[in-house]
Design a protein around this ligand. Structure first.
Ligand code: FAD
Length: 480
């Protein structure tokens, strides 16, 4: 009896074994399965992954490969244009079918179309599956058959469609072909920094891979879920799930998060606890961002609301660098930017405050901030990042109005009242009393001296005055 030709499962951002419809289908096919990952830093053009994201990817792939050991299979790593690599490998191995999970970035969607076309020309089938979102972007439409532009109706329409049953376990079998195609050594891709190795902060904070994702969800549900609605705004405590990079790389699905949250949360009067409800709504914000990107592919480069195209942005390299390095003189802003640099992540409330500061206090184009976040976040995600930056800038769909300008001092007093978060990330202010930690320039000389802080030497004076910056931002808006 001749062995059937193999099939290929092309791993993309579905770096998991469980609840992976494409992988399950590949395994059920009965043929040997070639598990392929292509490092394609060509197709993304302006949006090749940043260094923090690459570090996460490396470890996620390494752990996925380890999880495949019991199947007697492993990942074939190849580099190049995904379409060319897959087509050539499929032809070389006489594969009958290529299975893959859908991605939503404009270049990825284009790549899928070209791949399907190229494979068809060689008599090879392409089978695309969903799985990384709760709803496919085409499946939700307004009453007039248009894409949604407002979150709440999108959320309501989504709930009506939501299907979280039938989550698949890990595939039973993923038989390897007798001769595994050659593979690059993952380490040769240099996704991790070496000279210097600045990734210690990332390693301290993250456990990439499916097991790390499961553990993060489990810990969140057991320890934090029921207080999520209040704790999620407190950057000084761990009140959120920290699932974002795991969701981005598809190490866990939103369906699993949804189902496990509902199965374990406290039910009050027949409804999930407030914490669970708010958390599930955040998962739908992720869906909404992907919906927006799918229907507006230029979301990362153009304001959703046209009138903002004429916004009079300033160019100020020194202030941009001060923001990036956490040296603005506003402690909450600086704490956030340093948390980002050190750990590859920033608390959501502080993301909003730091983004608002760049856009409104410094009048620097939101796209500059978006790029910096893209380069430094482990969870850098085109849809979430673009939609969120546009949300803060007031130019996005269902965005915060531009004239709502965060006061970083008041935000600090409200959400980090004792300065726990600030002291963690801006240690030079560690001895300042809470009363002055959010605005050290208001501290009496003797208090600053006692805390060992000389402004302008140990810690910068504010690079802009809040009231003046606010007025300037409002005037810029008026000029539109
Ligand atoms: P939780 O509060 O536990 O939320 C659970 C999940 O819901 C998150 O993991 C995330 O997948 C999703 N989610 C939560 N808030 C949002 C939101 N506002 N929009 C879309 N999805 C959301 N998130 C990214 O995943 N990647 C990004 O590149 C990104 N860039 C951002 C840039 C700015 C300026 C802002 C204001 C927000 C950005 N966010 C981004 C959204 C949000 O800050 C993060 O998803 C969240 O902080 C991740 O932490 P968590 O997993 O603990 O979130």
């Amino acid at each position: 009896m001749t062995m059937p030709g193999p099939v290929i499962h092309w791993f993309r951002r579905d770096l998991r074994l469980a609840d992976n419809p494409a992988l399950t289908a590949a395994g059920q096919n009965g043929a040997p399965v070639i598990l392929l990952y292509v490092h394609d830093d060509i197709s993304a053009v302006d949006w090749t992954a940043g260094a923090a994201s690459n570090w996460f990817l490396h470890h996620s792939l390494e752990n996925l490969n380890r999880d495949l050991l019991p199947y007697g299979n492993r990942i074939v790593f190849r580099k190049g244009s995904a379409v060319n690599v897959i087509r050539d490998l499929a032809v070389e191995t006489k594969a009958s079918t290529v299975f893959f999970t859908r991605c939503y970035e404009p270049w990825a969607a284009e790549e899928e179309k070209i791949l399907a076309h190229e494979l068809k020309a060689s008599g090879i089938a392409a089978r695309r599956f969903g799985g990384n979102l709760l709803f496919e972007p085409e499946s939700l439409k307004t009453g007039s058959q248009q894409p949604f532009k407002v979150y709440t109706p999108f959320y309501k329409a989504g709930l009506k469609q939501l299907q979280t049953e039938g989550i698949r376990p890990r595939p039973e079998k993923l038989p390897a072909p007798a001769n595994l195609p050659s593979s690059d050594d993952l380490r040769s891709w240099n996704l991790c920094p070496t000279k210097p190795d600045w990734s210690t902060g990332l390693a301290e904070n993250w456990q990439p891979g499916e097991q790390g994702a499961d553990a993060a969800l489990e810990n969140f549900i057991e320890e934090h879920l029921n207080r999520y609605s209040s704790d999620r705004d407190r950057p000084g405590i761990k009140g959120t799930s920290r699932l974002s990079p795991h969701l981005h790389f598809g190490e866990i699905t939103p369906r699993s998060c949804w189902q496990r949250t509902l199965s374990k949360c406290v039910i009050e009067n027949g409804f999930p606890s407030q914490g669970a409800e708010v958390f599930l709504k955040e998962l739908i914000w992720r869906e909404f961002s992907h919906h927006l990107l799918h229907h507006t592919p230029d979301l990362p480069s153009r304001p959703f609301r046209q009138k903002f195209s004429e916004f009079p942005w300033r160019k100020d390299e020194d202030q941009l660098v001060a923001w990036q390095r956490g040296l603005t003189g506003y402690p909450l802003v600086d704490a956030g930017m340093r948390e980002l640099w050190h750990s590859g992540w920033m608390h959501n409330r502080v993301r909003m405050i730091t983004a608002s500061f760049l856009i409104k206090h410094l009048l620097i184009d939101w796209r500059q901030g978006q790029k910096w976040f893209w380069d430094t976040l482990v969870d850098a995600d085109l849809a979430n990042n673009a939609a969120s930056w546009q949300w803060v800038a007031g130019c996005g769909a269902d965005a915060a109005p531009y004239f709502r300008i965060f006061n970083p001092v008041l935000q600090g007093e409200k959400f980090d009242p004792d300065g726990v978060y600030i002291k963690r990330w801006v240690p030079e202010l560690g001895n300042l009393p809470a009363k002055y930690i959010h605005a050290p320039w208001l501290g009496p000389e003797n208090v600053l001296k006692q805390a060992g802080v000389t402004l302008g030497k140990d810690y910068p004076r504010p690079i802009v005055d809040h009231a003046a910056a606010r007025n300037r931002a409002l005037a810029a808006l008026k000029s539109l």
